[in-house]
Design a protein. Sequence first.
Length: 339
Amino acid sequence: MTKRISLTRYLVEQQRVDGHIPGDLRLLLEVVARACKSISQAVNKGDLGGVLGVADTENVQGEVQKQLDIIANEVLIEANEWGGHLAAMASEEMDSIYVVPNRFPQGEYLLMFDPLDGSSNIDVNVSIGTIFSVLKKGNDNPDTIEPVCEQDFLQPGSQQVAAGYCVYGPQTTLVLTVGDGVAMFTLDREQGSFVLTRENVQIPADTREFAINMSNMRHWDAPVKRYVDECLAGKDGPRGKDFNMRWVASMVADVHRILTRGGVFLYPWDKREPDKPGKLRLMYEANPMSWLVEQAGGAATNGRQRILDIQPTKLHERVSVMLGSKNEVDRLTSYHSTL
Ligand code: AHM
Ligand code: MG
């Protein structure tokens, strides 16, 4: 019989055998996984659990919140606030940071999340997910510990100590990196545990598949238009091969496909909102996904710069995103420097 490796055992081995993660980070990741299990239950119940539909609120970005956005946010906060591993949390769905209340011990980590990514797919029974990223609170002098503040979160993605997502699709799959490659864990609902199902995930450097919302074509910048035009020209065009297109409109599902079989995902800056660098959020979406993709041998840029090198200036910062198969991302990035 093949040996089943649970997420718990994987994390213990990362701590004990490989020394990649401290005990506190291991426990924190276990709690995040447990919260994802509960969100998965709520997602699965759908109408039977009364969790679908819109709430009467907007988030800080002015987007109408769905009930599940709010439920998932609460599940993550309640699961994580008492464990003693965190100093504070930040979420796409909250205006400002959530400092762990005084009644609980304060830890040294910072957790960021997009509690329910792909909100437009909730009510139509299409894959959605939770994205998370963990940073360490700055190097405090223990004699002068300052209270945690938003500034502590403004670290480039290269400083992440763990990142991942959980996709709620036909299967619930947790995908994780702690800087030692990418591992995937499938939820075994009977046992109630995540089981390791893929390790050392690698994205092929070349692909024939791209993902972008084509309805925005008229708003794109010249380098993105050139790239997609060349893909669409197929084997008679400059690329000399036919391309396929996929767009789930849940970043978790699109990135999961890319980690599984390659491809390139683009949500570029466009002319609709010239003052915003892009639609997706740097801290909750682009940074964790970029680190996962790089850990799997792929690349991630905003067209001009490696996403993980961007110094954030605010919590809800947005960014243009191009990630996936390395040779395609390099090509796109080179088009930005020549056009
Ligand atoms: P959300 O976090 O509010 O769900 O928004 C992010 C989502 C991404 O998952 C997805 O790639 C993108 O928005 C889809 O946008 P569009 O509807 O413009 O295609
Ligand atoms: Mg999102």
